[in-house]
Ligand binder design. Structure first.
Ligand SMILES: [Zn+2]
Length: 386
């Protein structure tokens, strides 16, 4: 598939796993890709220069946060989110829906949209599919997401169906608005005319609802598609099953984005099932909570047994933090509440995620992905081992 600014080519395959290149107005992204989360226009504790040095090709911004503060009008006047935050590589923005459901102090879902009170000042807003599209047009991300409904889990079949069907009606409205903005950019200040819009497949853990959602969402027609409503507390095996069922139903010539995933082993398992794009707050959030994600598994630097441990956090890692600092020093920084702890821990965790994806891409080129996947599982454990 291709348009003027947006294009995706699969270059290598191994089983269902794909190696590809995704072209956007702000550059080419090598897939499969992990996208660090820059919630409020910044990946917490890390500068854009550090992100570029880590090899991040795209970051994610949260529409809910940017909409409430500093506001989409201000960002549009500054020339869009890329210019405002000083990041010239690709950006994906979410629709704001997930934060309305998880952060807003009050919310009511109506057919029109999601009414909510700001968690900052209590002000009342209605996030509609059209408004989520407009705000992202003002932000000028390279990839915008449609507003979808996120439901509490585990969901009953009836609740999942109702929500999935509402998400489809919202997706139709979001696509109609997106097309209107393309035809008439004077409606709101469109800061990135090459922006693509992704649809989102819902349906919780019910295979038939997922299939219905894929059929209806692809019938509307988006530049690409995401799988939403996973990584919300279900066991990994359940997530893998839903991905294995859903991903092959999506168009083969478009990138597939699994929203909000996950642990390092999830990356392997979902690439193996045909996913091309990932985002997750886990590497940065866990870093700030003192947890390193290493080739062996999670390592909590708070642990007293690291007080005199002069080894690097992950002896197999080539990142700045691991090349330079000991567990004892990093524990000291964390226990003393030094701000640098968040930076150094985040640099390692982001390096680990981005480097893992790099190794996955390389393996896909050489046809050794299955071998790498087995090797990874042999050393990585979700339960702390160090
Ligand atoms: Zn490291």
């Amino acid at each position: 598939m291709s348009s003027a600014a947006f294009d995706f080519q699969v270059t290598h395959r191994e089983g269902l796993a794909r190696r590809g290149e995704l072209r956007t107005p702000h550059g080419v992204i090598q897939t499969p890709v992990f996208m660090p989360v820059g919630t409020r226009g910044a990946v917490k504790a890390v500068t854009h220069r550090q992100l570029a040095e880590l090899g991040a090709e795209i970051i994610l911004g949260n529409t809910y946060h940017l909409f409430l503060r500093p506001g989409a009008d201000l960002i549009a006047r500054a020339g869009g989110l890329h210019r405002f935050i000083g990041w010239d590589r690709p950006i994906l923005t979410d629709s704001g829906g997930y934060q309305v459901f998880s952060l807003a102090t009050m919310r009511r879902i109506r057919e029109e949209g999601a009414e909510f009170r700001s968690h900052l000042d209590g002000s009342l807003h209605v996030l509609t599919p059209e408004l989520a599209t407009d705000v992202q047009a003002q932000l000028g991300s390279d990839i915008a997401m449609v507003l979808d409904e996120c439901i509490a889990t585990p969901a009953t079949r009836e609740a999942a169906r109702e929500s999935m069907e509402r998400s489809i009606r919202w997706a139709e409205r979001a696509r109609a608005r997106f097309r209107r903005l393309a035809a008439d950019p004077s409606l709101v200040p469109v800061t990135n005319p090459g922006q693509a819009q992704f649809g989102i497949v819902q349906g919780a853990t019910f295979p038939d609802l997922r299939a219905e959602s894929v059929a209806a969402t692809t019938a509307i027609g988006f530049e690409a598609y995401a799988i939403g409503g996973l990584s919300v507390g279900e066991p990994p095996e359940v997530m893998y099953e839903v991905v294995a069922h859903t991903a092959p139903l999506l168009p083969d010539d478009r990138p597939r984005y699994l929203m909000g995933t996950g642990m390092p082993d999830d990356l392997f398992e979902c690439v193996a099932r045909g996913i091309d794009m990932f985002d997750c707050v886990l590497p940065t959030r866990n870093a700030r909570n003192g947890q390193f994600l290493t080739s062996q598994g999670p390592l909590s630097i708070k642990n007293a047994r690291f007080a005199e441990d002069l080894a690097p956090p992950d002896p197999g890692c080539g990142c700045y933090t691991c090349r330079t600092f000991s567990r004892a020093y990093l524990r000291h920084l964390y226990m003393s509440g030094e701000m640098t702890a968040a930076t150094l821990n985040s640099l390692h965790n982001l390096h680990f995620y981005l480097d893992t994806m790099r190794r996955i891409r390389e393996a896909l080129v050489f046809g050794t992905f299955e071998k790498l996947r087995l090797e990874f599982h042999q050393t990585f454990s979700r339960r702390p081992r160090i």
